[in-house]
Ligand binder design. Structure first.
Ligand SMILES: Cc1cc2nc3c(=O)[nH]c(=O)nc-3n(C[C@H](O)[C@H](O)[C@H](O)COP(=O)(O)OP(=O)(O)OC[C@H]3O[C@@H](n4cnc5c(N)ncnc54)[C@H](O)[C@@H]3O)c2cc1C
Length: 401
């Protein structure tokens, strides 16, 4: 029987969407070119930051509140601990985007937070040595989520709810029909009433018709031996540090065991993670993510030396490169495809989408089944860069993990 919805890409957003659709009783066919979770796209590496006082904009906070409700529910349904609260430090000059933006979100939505000067940070969190003049917003509810375990959980739950999930099938295009869509795949054409496209780093090819100049870049997550108790899970908060205007680094304590049976799970998961959020050339996802180079390891160690010195001095355990898919303003693309009534897109997550997966699953299921959602998604309109709407040099540097 023809599916109600085909979901293309069963990584972060597609897995959550397939589950949410199947849970609501829709006939779902999910397709992925690989076998998720895997290390070829945007979701590998053992951990992702979740935080509520969102520096990228107060408009994200209602979506985050819902994600915070849903992560434990999904974990409970799957019998896996997907989210761990660690607290979070947003560090930088007081007028930086990371600190100022988080503070603006906290004030707009009345979110619990503390403002710490550099001395208070050094005293309470000795792993960190901010310079005098730098400050931090501390948020108790920040923490981490486990991406491979989450995607594995979503796919198991989706299949359990009746979704038909097929791996090793690449989608090459789609076109509208009188009563739905026809999807071209390496297994031949497939028809459905609606289509959700969530192809991650392959969006520039599959969503070329949107006309949005998406850029795919490689980012390296480095893992370091835990040097002492100040860097242990339960003691070390997640952190984002704006060290120059518009440039940030971030890190997380060792996430602990994710799902060790998950294909693609990084062997370096036990380490403390640190990564640079900015700075790389565009890359082709078909070229693979590669390995960390000696220069990349050295650059990370140099960055850490003045700010998390004990971490810089400890052993480097390994690295996991992953792919960002950046929109010009670093806000997501979520909504109806402007050129096709029956197609919905979820792309351009610009290096900060993972934490939203459960609420985006709800949103995409709403859209695919009813054409609308009660969640606030105007910020993500896929047609916002339409002819004349994209200012030259509209680079957008607001995003953090
Ligand atoms: C290094 C790094 C660190 C990050 N840190 C954070 C963080 O701390 N917090 C946070 O919230 N976010 C973070 N992110 C961002 C977050 O991980 C991504 O936004 C999110 O995983 C994107 O999900 P996705 O579904 O778009 O892509 P993916 O999870 O990669 O899924 C896309 C899927 O589509 C499939 N696919 C692609 N093309 C086709 C096709 N033609 N046919 C069939 N299947 C196809 C792929 O195989 C893949 O499985 C980070 C990202 C990176 C790279």
């Amino acid at each position: 029987m023809r599916p109600d919805v085909i979901v293309v890409g069963l990584g972060t957003m597609g897995a959550a969407t397939a589950y949410e659709l199947a849970r609501r009783g829709a006939r779902v066919l999910g397709l992925d070119r690989f076998t998720p979770p895997h290390g070829r796209g945007s979701h590998a590496g053992g951990s992702r930051i979740i935080r509520l006082a969102y520096a990228e904009g107060a408009d994200y906070v209602p979506l985050l509140r819902r994600a915070y409700e849903l992560w434990p529910e999904v974990g409970k349904a799957a019998g896996v601990e997907l989210m761990t609260t660690t607290g979070g430090l947003m560090i930088g000059p007081p007028d930086s985007t990371v600190v100022g933006g988080a503070l603006a979100s906290a004030r707009t939505h009345g979110l619990g937070h503390e403002l710490l000067d550099a001395g208070e940070v050094r005293q309470r969190f000795p792993a960190f040595t901010p310079a005098d003049g730098e400050v931090a917003l501390y948020e108790e509810v920040a923490g981490l989520v486990r991406p491979e375990a989450a995607i594995g959980a979503y796919l198991r739950l989706a299949r359990g709810a009746g979704a038909d999930l097929r791996y090793g099938v690449t989608v090459t295009g789609s076109r509208g029909t009188a009563d739905g869509v026809l999807v071209e795949t390496t297994d031949g054409p497939l028809a459905a009433a609606r289509l959700v496209l969530s192809p991650g780093a392959w969006a520039p090819a599959l969503l070329a018709g949107l006309g949005v100049p998406l850029v795919v870049q490689r980012r390296v997550q480095h893992y370091w031996r835990t040097p002492n108790e100040d860097h242990a899970l339960g003691r070390m908060p997640i952190w984002i540090w704006e060290y120059e205007p518009g440039r940030a680094a971030y890190g997380l304590p060792a996430a602990g065991p994710a799902d060790p049976t998950a294909p693609g799970a990084s062997p370096a998961v036990p380490g403390v993670k640190a990564a640079l959020h900015h700075g790389a050339d565009a890359t082709d996802p078909d070229a693979g993510v590669g390995e960390a180079t000696p220069a990349e390891v050295a650059a990370m160690r140099t960055w850490l030396a003045g700010r998390l010195p004990a971490l810089a001095a400890t052993g480097w355990l390994g690295a996991k490169p992953c792919l960002y898919t950046l929109t010009p303003d670093e806000h997501f693309l979520v909504g109806r495809h402007p050129r096709d009534e029956a197609v919905f897109v979820a792309a351009g997550f610009s290096g900060h989408g993972f934490k939203f997966a459960p609420v985006l699953g709800e949103i995409l299921a709403d859209l695919a089944l009813t054409g609308r959602t009660a969640h606030p998604v105007a910020l993500f309109a896929p047609d916002r860069f339409g002819p004349g709407r994209l200012a030259p040099g509209d680079a957008g540097l607001a995003g953090s993990p």
